[in-house]
Design a protein around this ligand. Structure first.
Ligand code: NFS
Ligand code: SF4
Length: 681
């Protein structure tokens, strides 16, 4: 479509009510501006384009050309036996389970293919094939080498003929780690190595259930095979493969992506940052990096500080360059460089609507094709950079990013933005909203902060859970979804949890929603938390919501949970802990993969919006109830955010009771002897 056609369409389209669409004032203001500018956004489209109710129930099969076979629940419900079936006889359960694990495959592939790219760049850096990336965090490298079983020292003969231990060269270690890491994707047999960091009891359970992933790619491919017409037609067996692929994602591809990124760019430690559309500056060149690959954005950070490019910006009449992130790329560069975040998923079109974005640079995942159309209505250059992700709409430019010429490519991208600065068509309108936040709580940072300066440890956290100051831990993560009010579900769920002394770990678009609402500051503790949690946060000086990164960084939440198990006193496995997971506004397949690896790791996990399982009652019961007996974790769906939080707290209380921690707060001061007793129990 051309720009005038886009505007003509917008003119006649239904217009979203900005206050029903979002609770974020910056977003509301830009929805109004979009209407004034005759630009249509996802919020408007959501009014007229309604989801198909059969797909919504998970019971539409189009896996062969005899279909699509559509099996919605009958209006009056199922009386007696459910006789619905597709042409081939596939039951609603088979169809919904196949669709569900195909979503797992999509999500696991997205995370893991990203991880593969990181591993390839990591190996290039280790082998010194590129000057643009180096091994930055050697401490983390040595830790990863440990779980990869890569030796970090060798025995050599000393001058006196005695054998002595000598440290290996860092780059030699990195090369071995990189080769082993990359091999996890194509491995055919055995066990995906990072999985072995799970608690002992969990590993044993997975082995007993035969769901230990063999190789990352293999498990994804097997989903595609089993869900082909006429293969696996037992929803329990289908979910078993979904579990194996989800573990391969969370404890494999995603975990490797996170670990190797930490080694290349540094393990995050708390830094300050700013968030919301107000981080852009009218008199600066504004570059938005949007997507999920820190490999690219890290280089754009360097390029945007290049003196020559800064000079060029000045020549073009700009006071400087603002580089801001969007979606998970934003989380990555924020955590490591303190660079600002412009917004979360549903704000991507609106950033352009300000009229101040000189270039939006995108790589992979969660990039709406419509940004190309919106960009055409302003002066914004939309630049795709990844050969996997091109956009046909609009006037998109492709500048391919190659890790071997990374800095050069990044400079070309920044230059394009600068040269576009004089082309702004009208006075930009940038909302004033921006919030301060403290982010970057890797599991290492949590250990250090909660454990005190001299003894990094999870023991003090466990003590506070045992004595009841902290009731439990919640991982609240996931997307925005145009089917529900932007950020509202996120904020209600998180605030309810805080009020009830549940500490929150966050990633992805939930982290950004929390940031915009001021929940990622130590000061938020006093305002939003119950007395116990407030006291802990104030003593340690941390926010009550800990920002752990992007969605691949959900693996950090898994590792933090494993550390809590190891620190003792709260059972032997993740499923014993008073924890719960949540994605109140999910939309992507990645969220389903994440949800499922939380569940099979032993976590009760609640999703908002809707789950495509409701048309297959036996399958839904399997996910929501029966999985608990198998994995100790299970799925749930709760659209009402207050009820959503209440269910999580109820589960946390159930676990506290099972641990014998329900006897009231502050009842005993847990000393070492008591801890040993608890351990023995
Ligand atoms: Ni996660 Fe990040 Fe946001 Fe959802 Fe998309 S940006 S990887 S998928 S929408 S949280
Ligand atoms: Fe229909 Fe079966 Fe083909 Fe699916 S696989 S479209 S249920 S015939």
């Amino acid at each position: 479509m051309a720009a005038d056609e886009i505007k003509a369409k917008a003119k006649t389209a239904k217009k979203a009510d900005p206050y029903a669409a979002s609770v974020d004032p910056a977003t509301q203001q830009m929805i109004i501006k979009a209407h004034n500018d005759e630009v249509e956004t996802i919020f408007d489209r959501a009014l007229t384009l309604k989801p198909c109710n059969i797909g919504e129930q998970g019971t539409c099969c189009k896996n062969c050309s005899q279909g699509p076979c559509r099996l919605p629940l009958p209006k009056k419900g199922i009386e007696g036996k459910d006789t619905r079936m597709g042409l081939c006889g596939a039951t609603p359960e088979t169809i919904a389970a196949r669709n569900f694990i195909r979503m797992v495959a999509g999500g696991a592939a997205a995370h893991s293919d990203h991880g593969r790219g990181v591993a390839e760049t990591f190996l290039a850096a280790a082998r010194k094939e590129t000057d643009d990336y180096t091994i930055k965090d050697t401490e983390k490298l040595l830790e990863v080498a440990k779980y990869c079983n890569v030796p970090t020292s060798v025995m050599v003969e000393g001058e006196d003929g005695q054998k002595v231990q000598e440290d290996r060269d860092i780059y030699d270690i990195a090369t071995d780690v990189g080769e082993l890491a990359l091999a996890q994707w194509g491995q055919q047999e055995g066990e995906v190595v990072p999985v072995l960091q799970a608690p002992e009891a969990r590993i044993q359970l997975w082995r007993d259930l035969d769901v230990m992933p063999r190789g990352i790619d293999r498990e994804i491919v097997e989903i595609m095979h089993r869900t082909h017409m006429g293969v696996d037609q037992d929803y329990r067996n289908l979910i078993k493969q979904g579990s194996r692929a989800a573990i391969a994602d969370g404890w494999g591809g995603s975990m490797l992506a996170t670990d190797l990124q930490d080694i290349l760019f540094g393990t995050p430690y708390p830094v300050q940052g700013e968030i919301n559309l107000g981080v852009m500056k009218e008199d600066h060149v504004n570059v938005i990096v949007h997507g999920h690959e820190p490999l690219l954005s890290e280089m754009i950070v360097v390029a945007s500080q290049d003196p020559e490019l800064l000079k060029l910006a000045e020549e073009k009449g700009a006071k400087g360059i603002v580089l801001a992130g969007m979606c998970c790329t934003a989380n990555e560069i924020l955590m490591r460089h303190g660079l600002p975040i412009a917004g979360n998923y549903l704000q991507q079109e609106l950033a352009i609507v300000t009229g101040a974005v000189d270039a939006m640079v995108v790589d992979v995942q969660c990039i709406m094709e419509s940004v190309a159309n919106v960009a055409m209505c302003y002066h914004t250059k939309l630049i795709t950079t990844n050969p996997r992700a091109m956009i046909e709409s609009g006037e998109t430019i492709h500048i391919e990013f190659d890790e071997h010429s990374a800095l050069e490519d990044a400079k070309k991208i920044v230059r394009t933005a600068i040269e576009n600065f004089p082309n702004r068509r009208a006075q930009p309108i940038i909302p004033n909203e921006k919030e301060q936040m403290v982010v970057g709580f890797s599991q290492e940072a949590v250990k250090y902060h909660l454990g005190g300066t001299f003894r990094g440890s999870y023991v003090p956290l466990n003590d506070n859970i045992i004595n009841g100051r902290i009731r439990g831990i919640a991982g609240v993560v996931g997307c925005n979804n145009a089917r529900t009010t932007h950020d509202e579900g996120h904020l209600i769920v998180v605030k309810e949890l805080l009020k009830n002394d549940v500490i929150v770990l966050t990633t992805g678009c939930n982290a950004m929603a929390c940031g915009k609402a001021g929940l990622l500051t130590p000061e938020a503790a006093k305002v939003y938390c119950g007395a116990g949690l407030a006291e802990v946060c104030e003593t340690v000086g941390i926010p009550p919501v800990l920002h752990m990164g992007s969605c691949v960084d959900n693996s950090r939440i898994l590792l933090a949970a494993s550390e809590v198990v190891k620190a003792g006193g709260l059972g032997k496995d993740i499923s014993d802990l008073p924890v719960a997971g949540s994605a109140p506004e999910w939309m992507s397949e990645k969220a389903i993969s994440i949800g499922h690896y939380f569940v099979v790791s032993g976590v009760y996990t609640v999703f908002g919006v809707g789950l495509p399982v409701t048309g297959a009652p036996r399958f839904q019961k399997y996910l929501f109830e029966e999985l608990e007996d198998i994995y100790g974790g299970m799925w749930d769906l709760e659209v009402d955010p207050y009820e959503h939080a209440r269910k999580m707290i109820q589960h946390i209380d159930k676990k506290r009771k099972a641990l014998g921690l329900d006897k009231g707060k502050e009842r005993v001061l847990v000393d070492m002897a008591a801890r040993r007793e608890l351990d023995a129990a």
